[in-house]
Ligand binder design. Structure first.
Ligand SMILES: *Cc1c(COP(=O)(O)O)cnc(C)c1O
Length: 497
């Protein structure tokens, strides 16, 4: 069955998967969603006999129907190789009362690697299929994790150039060092004097600059985006939900058909939405538990049916979840109102103009069938890291701890005894300072790498290669620019002058 994609804001236009991947976002500002959901065409039993790459193929072929078997296999083989520090790709550990699905064994030790290691190849194949002759220029603004994962994914990929802007002083020391040491002729990293919003706005302005786009096209380039609304990021994330189920089945932890829960630390709603897609294609999922930090817009939505972004932005120890507008939530809103682009657009306009919208009771019921919301305060996160470590020796990062703490509450309230997977999104080493402070109760001001070694001493967990590699790596990018001069950096990197 061929799957076509429609925009959440105007459904007159249907496009192929590969076209949607090259575009990222639709011209009307909407996000691409599959016109209908395919169904898994392999039994769960057979799925459980496959390795990660095998499961990846079974899932992606359902959604990327205009890719040939060879094309998809090529992308999968290129993505899930020795860049991951374990052959399993996503190992799972049973700790306390749940299974921790570790999505942080890729090159930047955070879950963004799961999709960003394959996106460059999907994009390359898609460009060829759509007869795009220009080189692709990826522009990305990052608050920390996406930037490095995109750099690592696109470095050295022929026909692609990538420029990452990050807020100077607004990312963790390890995150910054990961980016500014990035090797590759086709990569450029620029710090800006401003915050993440300034970087994001600057990138959007460059995308929207018609004159500049013409100049770019003349020089043989076109822009694309690697952010989490691209279906080339969303669909590869469906894979590990299926893989987790298959793995539990293979190891006799569940019977075929048993329903399981996933708890997902959520920011932009991309990861958990992939879990919902897994449910829609036939993976037996009971509840998707959406875990927020103190920026609990989604938790409040699940309680009230009102999405309200009018509130202060709180800086927490789980920065990758510090977000007030969860872009991918638009896809769920669209699906919950019967895939009605006009209705969805009205909600999104309310969000833009008033900062809030309220869904109907019917939509809320639809959403509640699959989702439950929870949130964890900073104190709960710290306590949870310490508690899990003290009792089991297992160390979780601050994002995973949000999910773990939310699950504790959920268990107390519901007594739901379904097998449960906690989606673990980052290595504790990426957030050594906060993790260590939670464990030893001391406010640390030592150098980040001193803290990495200290965490290693007390936990005995091997320091990931990604951290050791940057310890003494040369700084290759030291450009810092004003927020309104970002376009000049793009011009000079592409030699457009
Ligand atoms: C991006 C990120 C998240 C949030 O994922 P979304 O898809 O934005 O909901 C959670 N944890 C970590 C470590 C991340 O990098």
């Amino acid at each position: 069955m061929e799957i076509l994609y429609k925009s959440t804001r105007d459904d007159s236009n249907r496009v192929s998967a590969s076209y949607a991947i090259t575009k990222g976002i639709a011209d009307d500002g909407g996000l691409y969603v599959p016109e209908s959901f395919p169904s898994l065409d392999i039994s769960l039993e057979d799925l459980s006999k496959l390795d990660y790459k095998g499961v990846a193929y079974e899932i992606m072929k359902l959604f990327f129907t205009d890719f040939t078997k060879e094309e998809l296999q090529y992308c999968i083989d290129k993505a899930y190789d020795e860049k991951f520090d374990t052959e399993e790709i996503v190992p799972m550990s049973f700790v306390d009362k749940a299974y921790y699905l570790e999505l942080f064994h890729g090159s930047t030790i955070a879950f963004k690697d799961m999709a960003l290691s394959i996106l460059p190849y999907l994009m390359k194949v898609s460009a060829k299929k759509n007869d795009i002759k220009e080189d692709i220029v990826i522009l990305t603004a990052t608050s920390g994790d996406t930037g490095k994962a995109a750099l690592a994914g696109f470095a050295g990929v022929e026909g692609v150039k990538i420029i990452v802007f990050y807020p100077k002083g607004g990312v963790s020391a390890i995150q910054e060092k990961q980016m500014v040491t990035q090797v590759g002729d086709n990569v450029k990293v620029v710090g800006i004097n401003g915050n993440f919003d300034d970087a994001q706005t600057g990138v959007k302005n460059i995308f929207a600059d018609k004159e500049f786009n013409e100049k770019l096209n003349k020089a043989g380039y076109r822009f694309s985006s690697a952010n989490s609304i691209n279906i080339g990021r969303l669909i590869p994330q469906v894979v590990y939900y299926a893989y987790a189920y298959a793995n539990l089945l293979k190891n006799g932890k569940i019977e075929e058909g048993d329903l399981i829960n996933f708890v997902v630390p959520t920011g932009n709603f991309g990861n958990i939405l992939a879990g919902y897609f897994a449910k829609r294609i036939g993976i037996p999922v009971n509840k998707l538990i959406c875990a927020s930090n103190e920026n609990k817009v989604l938790f409040d939505f699940f309680n009230s049916g009102i999405y309200d972004r009018n509130r202060d932005f709180i800086l927490t120890t789980s920065p990758s979840m510090d977000i007030l507008i969860s872009s991918n939530f638009e896809r769920l809103v669209y699906l919950s109102c019967g895939s009605d682009a006009k209705k969805n657009l009205a909600f999104m306009n309310d969000l833009k103009e008033k900062g809030e919208y309220k869904v109907t009771d019917e939509m809320k019921r639809f959403i509640d069938e699959s989702f439950v919301g929870g949130f964890a305060s900073e104190v709960m996160v710290g306590n949870r890291i310490k508690d899990v470590f003290d009792r089991t020796g297992y160390v979780i990062d601050t994002h995973t701890a949000v999910a773990s703490a939310v699950y504790e509450d959920y268990l107390k309230e519901t007594k739901d005894d379904s097998a449960t997977v906690i989606v673990s999104t980052a290595s504790p080493y990426k957030f050594s300072r906060a993790v260590l402070s939670a464990i030893d109760g001391i406010k640390h001001d030592e150098d980040d790498f001193v803290l990495v070694d200290r965490l290693n001493e007390i936990s005995g967990i091997e320091i990931p290669k990604a951290v050791n590699d940057i310890r003494n790596a040369a700084i290759l990018h030291d450009t810092v620019c004003e927020k309104d001069a970002m376009i000049n950096e793009v011009e000079s990197f592409l030699k457009l002058n």
